[in-house]
Design a protein around this ligand. Structure first.
Ligand SMILES: [Zn+2]
Ligand SMILES: [Zn+2]
Ligand SMILES: [Zn+2]
Length: 118
């Protein structure tokens, strides 16, 4: 398998699952009969991050997730069950903050999901 193929496989998984950890990606690839060592997957993720194809999100309890960059959105994190949902929160974001040029953003909103409130 070439590098490009590994990237394409990772993108496909992220299209199907929204948020995945690096370990999730390694095991999902394995389930599909595609065996890569962790190092190649981590390298591919670093390259895709640098190319702006994916985003890295620290959400919930020390979990680092990857997701596609194409769908820019915010996250609701349930503080009881850990469920994470992608939503679009409409806020007016400034283009510049203290000489810092904003390129994109992700908001994380913590609260209690409908299942936990039921
Ligand atoms: Zn991002
Ligand atoms: Zn919940
Ligand atoms: Zn997301």
């Amino acid at each position: 398998m070439t590098r490009g193929e590994l990237n394409a496989q990772i993108k496909q998984l992220l299209r199907e699952r929204h948020l995945l950890t690096a370990m999730d990606i390694v095991s999902l690839l394995e389930e599909r009969g595609l065996v890569y060592n962790k190092t190649s997957v981590y390298r591919a993720l670093e390259r895709m991050l640098a190319d702006g194809d994916i985003c890295r999100q620290a959400l919930g309890e020390n979990q680092i997730f990857y997701e596609l960059h194409q769908d820019e959105h915010d996250h609701l994190v349930c503080t009881r069950c850990g469920r994470i949902t992608g939503v679009n929160v409409v806020v007016a974001m400034p283009q510049m903050v203290d000489s810092f040029q904003v390129e994109h953003h992700h908001l994380t909103l913590y609260g209690v999901c409908s299942h936990c409130r039921a």
